[in-house]
Write a protein that binds this ligand. Structure first.
Ligand code: MG
Length: 312
């Protein structure tokens, strides 16, 4: 699940920070610091090797759910059916669906195990009984908590045959995710991830969603840092081994501007054009990125590919 931009949260809760003068004043700086502490946005928590083992477990668990749902997406299926399968799989694995009942300050609890966002819905869509149609695209976002750690992942799936422009939107969103992940080396910066995503999305003129971001992840779903999908290389926090990130580009065919529906959760594009979203939970190791949200089969395939490239 994407994190709402910190400045939006602060603005919504304090209605004060729009003034630069205020932020720079003594009381403003205190309020800003206090709110950062309050929202737990400040400290990036490096994971121990034991923590990482648990992150791997929950990552694989939620990846299995994601791949099961991907295969289920055909014209005629409803998002409620997908939600039910996800919830059942997580419970059977002894995990808790992290989204269900998730309640940021000032919000109503999220009522489903997955976010199912169809076409112009960007993120946080509600499941319902409307069958998906040939030509739709659906973003499925899900997270599980298991043994005290959270794995968060998302994918956008074509329903049957979709237009070339939608196929490209999905492909480029996945490429942006891959490019972002490739920046996850110790001593690089969070801004390098943001830049890698942005420079690729910009080539296609897509609207890069700014109101929601990727995030650190661990014992809770949203930890520091925020990982925007736009930004400058070499800026923001230094990346260190042990950090875990949920990287999640959200790209729109049209404008980057967003609107929220009356349910207060579902985020749609302001111009009604389609949007794609994909996400992996990634650990930074001394050797570079390790994608945690892969299935057993995907991990084996990746390992074999690496071995082949070394021996070739
Ligand atoms: Mg997320």
């Amino acid at each position: 699940m994407s994190d709402v931009r910190y400045w939006m949260l602060v603005k919504r809760n304090l209605h004060l920070t729009s003034s630069k003068m205020f932020r720079n004043s003594k009381i403003g700086s205190f309020v800003s610091k206090a709110s950062q502490t309050f929202f737990g946005k400040k400290m990036i928590i490096a994971k121990t090797s034991k923590d990482l083992d648990r992150m791997r477990e929950v990552g694989e668990l939620i990846a299995e759910v994601r791949e099961t749902l991907r295969k289920m997406v055909v014209p005629g299926i409803t998002t409620l059916e997908l939600n039910e399968t996800a919830e059942k799989m997580m419970h059977e694995a002894g995990a808790v669906p992290t989204f269900m009942g998730y309640k940021p300050s000032g919000m109503t609890p999220f009522p489903f195990a997955i976010c199912a966002s169809v076409n112009e819905q960007i993120v946080h869509g509600f499941s319902n009984s409307t069958p998906l149609k040939e030509g739709d695209i659906i973003s499925l976002d899900m997270a599980a908590t298991y043994n005290g750690f959270v794995g968060d992942t998302a994918t956008t799936v074509a329903v049957g045959k979709v237009s070339d422009e939608l196929e490209q939107l999905i492909r480029v969103t996945e490429e942006c995710l891959k490019l972002g992940i490739e920046q996850c080396y110790p001593n690089k910066r969070v801004g390098d991830i943001s830049w890698a995503v942005q420079q690729h999305a910009d080539k296609y003129g897509y609207g890069i969603v700014r109101d929601y971001t990727g995030h650190g992840i661990g014992r809770t779903m949203h930890e520091a840092p925020q990982i925007a999908n736009y930004g400058r290389a070499g800026t923001k926090e230094k990346i260190r081994a042990g950090y875990c990130f949920a990287i999640e580009p959200m790209l729109n065919l049209g404008t980057r501007e967003t609107k929220t529906l009356a349910d207060k959760w579902t985020v749609i594009t302001a111009d009604g054009k389609p949007s794609a979203h994909c996400e992996h939970t990634v650990a930074v190791t001394a050797e570079g990125p390790e994608i945690l949200t892969l299935t057993k089969e995907q991990k084996t395939r990746l390992k074999n590919e690496k071995t082949e490239s070394v021996t070739a």
